[in-house]
Design a protein around this ligand. Sequence first.
Ligand SMILES: [Zn+2]
Length: 68
Amino acid sequence: MKASSRKRYGIFRCRKCGGFNLAQLNFKTKTCPYCGARNSLSKVKFLAYASTWRAASEAVRRLKRLNK
Ligand SMILES: [Zn+2]
């Protein structure tokens, strides 16, 4: 049974440049906006998840602050 009709988002660091990326989990790949590398979502390590885009982008901001 599928419980999730809601979209989920994941935050990961680009495998090439380490930049924070936000991806929809039902997608297979995400092209990094910083370096243009295509990250396969089945291979990246997700740092955080969110159920809304807004929550996800706030999480990215938090992570960026922590990693400065
Ligand atoms: Zn990148």
